[in-house]
Design a binder for this molecule. Structure first.
Ligand code: HEM
Length: 453
């Protein structure tokens, strides 16, 4: 079995455009929605195109469960989709860490401009320049307007979500991203190395006992084949609070180091990589330019005590690699294709300028239920492995919501013969909006636009 890339939306590939736009729509009539999708389908970037040479814009579209209903897709068929996809983000807010009453409360999402239930589709545009992105936005808006769609503007100031790389692969907080991506085997017949991951982790319509996905079988699975799910997440990052935290806590935790080195070490301990990307598991004392792109490491053998990379470091939670999991975690480690981009201007220093900045997060997978109830829950509470037996209430020190019931806003840094614990971690991020999307395959787009499913 070889995956037919002409069927799959190109987002499974890494795009190298500098900027992105994310247009959010509510459909009008079913007929209008189908016309829009049919017209747009011809412009969608598919995975058989080389995203490096394809002209601007690269275009992809994701549809929510409510969007499928608005397209008048067969309700029985929609009923067979992933349970979490059907529920929608507000219904699984606790698993996502979007705690009511906290700044991530879904009631506050989209800056109060619209309800998450109103989101029917999101069109992603990627371009090499603002000019090209603007032209693409206008073209999609025109098509949407003529098909009776309503654009949902997510900010009070009338602006839309736009990603932009402000430095090569740098995120707010100063870390380098895009190093660890799953090495996917897209061909059952090809020789496979042990580290390769089955494409069934990402594509629908190939469900097996080992790699389950929904719809699992029958006509619904045929319809969904080569589609993928996406977790689309607007995440604000409080850079001033983060810098302030490093400046105060770094020298206290590592008093033997010069202040700037103490800050860098603390930042590395929280991520599991130095800010240049060097994994702590390989280089615990200082970044090493030779290792900054390395992804060839494990934890259980070389670092069983977390002295190099703390158990709660971001990358040790979201990909624990060979760390032993609790027997109850029968489904293993959820794998994601990460396709996000930072948004907003970078900030230096510890004084907030009030500007919006963070991550337009796009996480692709074949099993949203597993990602939400495992990965996101693990971020909010590290309770999935015996390595946390000392304290199973701690969180991802960077991305946990400190209001999560049953969690403790603490970060433990094991050392040689000692252990340092940061008490009272602040919130460094909060969620500003989330959509669960289906990125339909080409055949599914045709079926939806023709109203045959
Ligand atoms: C503002 C939010 C976030 C930022 C800035 C961020 C940043 C990063 C960075 C810098 C890395 C290390 C680079 C690399 O290994 O390629 C990383 C790795 C990763 N992140 Fe995040 N992340 C964020 C949220 C999330 C969330 C919410 C999830 C889960 C749904 C997630 C899943 C992952 C995964 C799976 C990896 C790869 C780990 C590995 O394979 O070792 N991230 N992230």
């Amino acid at each position: 079995m070889t995956v037919d890339f002409s069927e799959v939306q190109g987002l499974i590939r890494t795009y190298r455009r500098v900027t992105s736009r994310h247009l959010i729509f509510r459909f009008g009539t079913g007929a209008g929605a189908r016309t829009f999708l049919g017209e747009l389908a011809q412009q969608i970037t598919m995975a058989d195109e080389d995203p490096n040479t394809a002209p601007d814009p690269l275009l992809n579209v994701g549809v929510t469960c409510n969007g499928l209903h608005a397209l008048e897709a067969d309700p029985a068929m929609v009923g067979e989709f992933d349970a979490v996809f059907k529920l929608g983000p507000p219904a699984v807010k606790m698993a996502l860490g979007d705690v009511p009453g906290s700044r991530s409360d879904p009631a506050n999402w989209w800056e109060g401009q619209f309800a998450t239930d109103d989101v029917h589709c999101v069109v992603h545009l990627f371009a090499q320049s603002d000019g090209a992105a603007w032209d693409a936005v206008q073209a999609v808006r025109q098509l949407a307007g003529s098909a009776g769609l309503t654009e949902l503007i997510p900010r009070r100031d009338g602006t839309i979500l736009s990603g932009r790389w402000f430095a090569v692969r740098k995120m707010h907080f100063g870390y380098t991203d895009g190093i660890s991506q799953p090495n996917v085997c897209w061909d059952d017949d090809a020789p496979r190395s042990p580290e390769q991951i089955d494409f069934r982790n990402f594509l629908l319509g190939y469900s097996t006992d080992k790699y389950p996905s929904a719809p699992a079988r029958g006509a619904a699975a045929d319809f969904a084949r080569n589609s993928t799910y996406g977790l689309f997440r607007w995440i604000y990052q409080d850079v001033a609070a983060f810098n302030q935290f490093l400046a105060v806590q770094g020298p206290q935790l590592f008093p033997d180091l010069p202040a700037i080195e103490a800050e860098e070490l603390l930042a590395a301990k929280m991520m599991g990589r130095w800010r240049d990307g060097t994994p702590l598991a390989l280089a615990p004392d200082r970044p090493d330019p030779q290792l900054s792109g390395s992804n060839d490491f494990d934890y259980a053998t070389g670092d069983p005590d977390g002295r190099r990379c703390p158990f709660s470091a971001h990358i040790r939670i979201v990909n624990p690699r060979d760390t032993p999991l609790d027997p109850i975690v029968v489904e293993g480690i959820p794998r994601l294709l990460r396709r996000g981009m930072p948004y907003g201007a970078p900030l230096q220093g510890v004084t907030d300028d009030g500007a919006d900045r963070g991550l337009v997060g796009m996480f692709l997978c074949a099993d949203l239920r597993k990602v939400v109830y495992s990965l996101m829950s693990w971020v909010m509470r590290n309770d999935f492995s015996p390595v946390y037996n000392g304290n199973r209430r701690v969180q991802d020190p960077l991305f946990g919501n400190r209001s999560m019931p049953g969690s403790r806003a603490e970060f433990t840094i094991p050392g040689v013969g000692s252990e340092a614990t940061v008490k009272s971690l602040p919130d460094f991020v909060h969620t500003k909006g989330t959509a669960f999307l289906l990125y339909p395959a080409k055949a599914a787009l045709v079926a939806l636009s023709q109203g045959t499913r």
